[in-house]
Design a protein around this ligand. Structure first.
Ligand code: ATP
Length: 556
């Protein structure tokens, strides 16, 4: 029950669940360092009380000095060990979690990536991990401080029970104020994180829409005002959390000054306590004030770390839910299928919005795709061509109907292998500057292709990467084409690849490049509006409001 109120609870649980390191050793060293620190106080206090006796019995002075030196050495060794190892441990944990989430993201589904804001992912994997990293060493230093505190309190109890009760009351009051404020600080920080994601969204709009806002000052101003509003909200929330944190810190400090005043000026008035005990008690309290300030002062950091852990966990949970447990598996060593035929039988698909309400629908689609064909797909904007391609390539799953590959039903186990059949240039393709996934690249072959595609002098392939990808839209598409054909897949899909090309290249694309691929035994699907070249295809399919037809015959 009480653990609910433990500062940095989530962070400690997080480290505990993720750590690969021998935590027991770390915790025991941490405890030894705290105990040693407490014992050092005892030696100092007792040594101080015996200064008068040292001249009479010199060996006592030596004895205390030796004890002091031994404890100090042990303290230095254990404290250094704990803090150093804690720093390494936290980085190991963060590495593990970060890379695990990154790995899970690549295993998730396209629909999840399309629906999730990139800012949320960046924010968690970048900002939150930094926050955890910053807080973790302080957490371990605080654990040491807490253990030292416990031991000092045992010493104080042995010294005087009333003094002990007074000190515990002061600590208890500090902790009570913390608990009162904890929830509010935590909520404010959590809300601030959500706002920060919107801030990154707006920043992304500024960068991605830079051309548009540069041309339109009102638009630019409006976007900036929106961003400013978000930043103001973040500032307000974080400031309020900061003020509440200062409140907690100040209170704990004030309680201690009140405690010292009580011990020094009020307590002796009621009770003729031994001045020696009062001095030792005051020294003990001053001794624990540093660690206590560290503890109370670190509370805001612990809360921030807990919020960060929460965000990371939530992101991972979302990714887990979205990936539905399907694994990509290891990359295949051989071609998983030799493509002969893909058949769609009454395949339907539909988008749903965040509330689960049905949006655009595709199907029922009946389609037969055979080895070696060149198929063109035509259709108006928003008719569902790209959606159909995502269904065909296994990026979306049908909500009903069947897909078979070479007569075999395409079930979840086959999807990862099935996707390997395709290489595709989408209309919103991403141009990689390295040829990831292509082994033993022959640079001269790549450079010959670059020349063939009219990109000589614009970019070159060197040291496994293209020297330049800052090209015109049409040129970038040609480079994407090169990337795709080098993948040497069985089915090539080009979504409006020719749309941004000049008439000369367009003619070459339809009359030379596509027939060349066909000759190599490739199957080709191209989304196109170039009716002039329809004759170069074996078949022309048409999409219209999610319905597929061939030569005007629906459901072919
Ligand atoms: N991720 C998505 N979530 C919800 N609806 C979507 C999504 N992607 C596309 N749509 C909707 O599905 C419909 C078909 O889109 P699609 O991109 O398949 O059309 P298209 O024929 O390729 O269009 P264009 O020729 O303009 O590229 C559109 O009405 C679009 O609004």
């Amino acid at each position: 029950m009480l653990s609910k109120y433990l500062p940095a609870k989530r962070l400690l649980e997080f480290i505990d669940q993720e750590a690969v390191y021998p935590r027991k050793k770390l915790i025991s060293f941490s405890a030894i360092s705290g105990i040693t620190n407490g014992l050092l106080l005892g030696v100092i206090n007792h040594g101080a009380g015996m200064v008068g006796e040292f001249s009479a019995a010199g060996y006592l002075q030596f004895y205390y000095l030796m004890l002091f030196a031994a404890l100090l050495s042990l303290l230095i060794y254990t404290k250094r060990y704990t803090l150093e190892k804690a720093a390494v441990l936290v980085e190991e944990v963060l590495y593990k979690v970060r890379i695990r989430i990154a790995d899970k993201i690549r295993h998730t589904e396209l629909s999840f990536v399309e629906a999730t804001g990139h800012s949320e992912i960046y924010n968690s994997l970048a900002q939150d991990t930094v926050q955890i990293s910053q807080s973790a060493t302080v957490v371990f230093a605080s654990i040491q401080a807490a253990i030292m505190l416990i031991f000092t309190m045992v010493y104080v109890a042995w010294l005087t029970l009333t003094g002990f009760m007074l000190t515990v009351t002061a600590i208890g009051l500090g902790a009570w104020v913390f608990m009162l404020k904890r929830e509010r600080i935590m909520n404010d920080l959590q809300s601030a994180t959500e706002q920060e994601i919107h801030f990154f969204d707006a920043l992304n709009d500024t960068l991605s829409g830079f051309k548009e806002i540069k041309l339109n000052r009102i638009k630019s101003h409006d976007l900036f005002e929106h961003q400013d509003q978000i930043a103001t909200d973040v500032k307000t929330l974080k400031s309020r959390a900061g003020i509440n944190s200062v409140f907690v810190m100040m209170f704990s400090e004030i309680f201690f000054y009140i405690l010292i005043a009580t011990i020094l000026f009020i307590w002796p008035f009621f009770n003729g306590t031994d001045p020696g005990t009062i001095i030792k008690l005051t020294a003990s309290i001053l001794f624990i004030m540093g660690p206590l300030n560290l503890l109370f002062g670190s509370f805001p950091l612990f809360i921030k770390a807990d919020v960060a852990v929460n965000n990371l966990r939530e992101l991972e949970q979302k990714v887990d839910t979205a990936s539905q447990g399907f694994q990509l598996g290891e990359p295949p060593e051989h071609k998983p299928f030799t493509f002969e035929r893909i058949h769609f039988q009454d395949v339907r698909f539909q988008y749903v919005d965040k509330e689960g309400a049905a949006q655009f629908k595709v199907g029922p689609v009946n389609l037969d795709l055979r080895f070696g064909e060149t198929v063109f797909i035509v259709g108006g904007n928003g008719s569902g061509k790209s959606t159909l391609l995502k269904l065909l390539t296994g990026l979306y799953y049908p909500v009903s109907g069947e897909i078979t590959i070479n007569g075999e039903l395409l079930d979840q186990d086959l999807y990862a292998d099935y996707r390997e059949l395709f290489a595709i240039v989408f209309t919103d393709f991403h141009l990689f500057d390295r040829l990831y996934g292509i082994q033993d690249i022959d640079s001269s072959k790549v450079n010959a292709l670059i020349k063939e595609m009219g990109l000589a002098g614009k970019t070159r392939f060197k040291n496994g990467a293209f020297t330049n990808t800052a090209l015109s839209t049409g040129q970038r598409k040609r480079l994407a084409y090169i990337n795709t054909v080098l993948e040497d897949k069985q089915i090539y899909i080009f979504d409006e690849l020719a749309a941004d090309q000049d008439p000369g290249f367009r003619k070459r694309f339809y009359e030379v490049l596509l027939p060349g691929l066909k000759e190599q035994g490739k199957t080709i699907i191209a989304v196109t509006h170039d009716d002039k070249y329809f004759a170069t295809a074996d078949r022309v399919l048409k999409m219209d409001e999610g319905q597929l037809s061939e030569n005007g015959v629906k459901g072919n």
